[in-house]
Each structure stands twice: as structure tokens, then as C-alpha cells.
Design a protein. Sequence first.
Length: 192
Amino acid sequence: MYRGPQVSTFTEAPRSMPVGVLPVDGIHYNVHYGQPAGMPDQAAMPPMKLEVMTVKLHNPLQPTEGNLAKGKERFETNCSPCHGLSGLGNGTVAHLLHRKPANLMTGVSKNLPDGYIYGYIRNGGVAMPPYVEAMSSDERWDVVMYVRDMQHKFASESAGNTAEPKPTELGEHRAATDEATETYSEMGSDSP
């Protein structure tokens, strides 16, 4: 039986990665010798439970127009199918889900810290899938900022809608009440 020449394993590297092709979001990558400048040099963020994230994590980004625009884009892409464009839990696929999506404007989430919302996006929840692979760390913080901005605008609009009625509206209401009273008294009831 003929045996061919033996090829030494890995005499030549199977593939060498070009410089600067690793994704960069600052938390997932190992630090190694010869790492290109500008790459993250911090250790990977350890897995955290939601309760720990609530206490320890704070948004490192500022709510600039650019960050809010990025957050809006991520929200519309990843969150709006379930939560809706306005965050009211009325997205296009909400009727297909076993559990109704949370209302982000009036629900519990408006009173929770930013770290909790970030952790919920990252790790997922009861019926929500994790977005740890779909969004980078900064993108998740952008979404948290955008949701907070929407909540603030929703609260402002709601406060504007619950203002006291104008005097003309009050007058019309009184006139309608007076007519109802007259109609009631014309029925011949003994009650006032």
C-alpha cells in the first residue's frame, strides 16, 4: 500500500486575522499582546443578575440628539414589533404573543432604574428574548435613553390633557346639568 507524504499540522497558520477586524463595543473581547490601538483593554463584563445590574449599572452616555436618534432607530428595529412605536405595548405582533408586552409609558418600567431596563434588554425576561447579541452595550444604553425620553414626553402630554376645563367648557357642562335637572324635576319625582 502506498502512503503519500505526511503533511505537518499547522506548519502554516490556517488563517491570520487582519488587523482591526474584531468588533468593538468595549466589553466582550480578550486583551492580547499585539492588539491594535484603540481596542478595549478591559476585562470582559461578567454575567450579572438583573438585581445586581439594577444597583451597579449607570448609563455612561449623555442624552445627546445623536444618542437619542440611535436609540430611536434601535427601538424601532428591535422593540417596536412588540411594544409599538409609542411604547404602549400595542406592536404589530403583540396580538400573536402569549403574554401581552409591557406598556413602557405607564407601566412599572417608568419607575425602575436605568440599570434594570438595561439588564432586562440584555438578559431578556419572562417572555422577552435577550438582546445581548443583537445590540452592543452602547446601543442598549441608547435604547434606555430613548425610552426615558418617550416616557418624559408622554408624561408631559398626559399632564397637558388633564388640565382643568376652560370656563366655556364648564359653562356648557353646567348648562347641560341644569337642563337635566329641569327634565328630572318635570318628571314629578319627589326626590330633589
